[in-house]
Design a protein around this ligand. Structure first.
Ligand code: CAA
Length: 259
């Protein structure tokens, strides 16, 4: 498939990288871009050589939100009737391998929501996160009112959604929205190092860890703990558990087979 709104490449044959590429609109997320992003991530997910993915933007903008020009004239019927926004934004939730958001510049509205749909966020020191939809007469529409409070707590999420203020990278790390902050010129290098580390981990354990952490957001504590326990038990059916523990005890490097 050829892409126009994104660029797609691989690194070391095992990390899939998608770069959002609508610089003229600060990577505003339109249907074409979201369709292409979904297709690219699904292709990487299906490729056995790929162990981790990165979604990134430009130095100035990860993404400045859903494309306002595409929705300015929408009626309720256009929006609700066509399942606008959520239709092609849900694909990323179906991806089973880890997806890292490497964020520099603006991650606003749908851009912040897209970053939060990824498994974790590595931010450049110039990153700015926000849900400014209220300023244009709408509210977040791709999970912002749900994922932001889970990430930073109710008070900061309310503050951001109601006043449209942006959170800088330092505050985002302090608040738990991002996992690490790095210098802008090191963003891809550091994100790639993290992605390669994950890609070299035993694949079945990676899938299970992602699935189990995500379960924490979808269920109560008892259900989540039981889900984790069963996945934990199932790891003992894998080759890589035997190999990992044997290598540890034998003080040697493990040779994982992803099975
Ligand atoms: N949609 C469409 N175009 C956008 C855009 C968006 N979300 N954000 C920026 N652009 C365009 C601008 O219109 C401008 O285009 P032109 O050069 O043709 O005029 C170009 O990108 C550059 O933007 P600015 O000139 O505004 O750049 P700036 O540096 O002065 O400001 C900014 C940067 C603060 C990010 C500003 O562009 C901005 O506020 N953007 C909108 C942010 C926003 O409201 N996002 C929420 C969208 S709604 C949403 O996302 C719904 C949802 O929950 C899914």
């Amino acid at each position: 498939m050829t892409y126009e709104a994104i660029e797609v490449r691989t690194e070391a044959g095992k990390v899939g990288i998608v770069t959002l590429n609508r610089p003229q609109a600060l990577n505003a997320l339109n249907d074409q871009l979201m369709d292409e992003l979904g297709a690219a991530l699904k292709a990487f997910d299906a490729d056995p050589a790929i162990g981790c993915m990165i979604v990134t933007g430009s130095a100035k903008a990860f993404a400045a939100g859903a494309d306002i020009s595409a929705m300015a004239k929408f009626t309720f019927k256009d929006s609700y009737g066509s399942d606008f926004i959520t239709r092609n934004w849900e694909t990323i939730r179906t991806i089973r391998k880890p997806v890292i958001a490497a964020v520099s510049g603006f991650a606003l509205g749908g851009g912040c929501e897209l970053a939060m749909m990824c498994d974790f966020i590595i931010a450049a020191d110039n990153a700015k996160f926000g849900q400014p939809e209220i300023k244009i007469g709408i509210i977040p529409g791709a999970g912002g009112t749900q994922r932001l409070p889970r990430a930073v707590g109710k008070s900061k999420a309310m503050d951001m959604a109601l006043t449209a203020r942006m959170m800088d990278a330092t505050e985002a790390e302090r608040s738990g929205l991002v996992s690490r902050v790095v210098a802008l010129d090191k963003l891809m290098e550091e994100s790639l190092a993290v992605a390669l580390t994950i890609a070299d981990m035993p694949r079945l354990a990676v899938l299970a860890a992602k699935e189990s952490v995500n379960r924490a957001f979808e269920s109560g504590l008892s259900d989540g703990v039981m889900f984790e326990r069963r996945l934990f038990h199932s790891m003992f059916a894998t080759h890589d558990q035997k190999e990992g523990m044997d290598a540890f005890l034998g003080k040697r490097k493990p040779a994982f087979k992803n099975e």
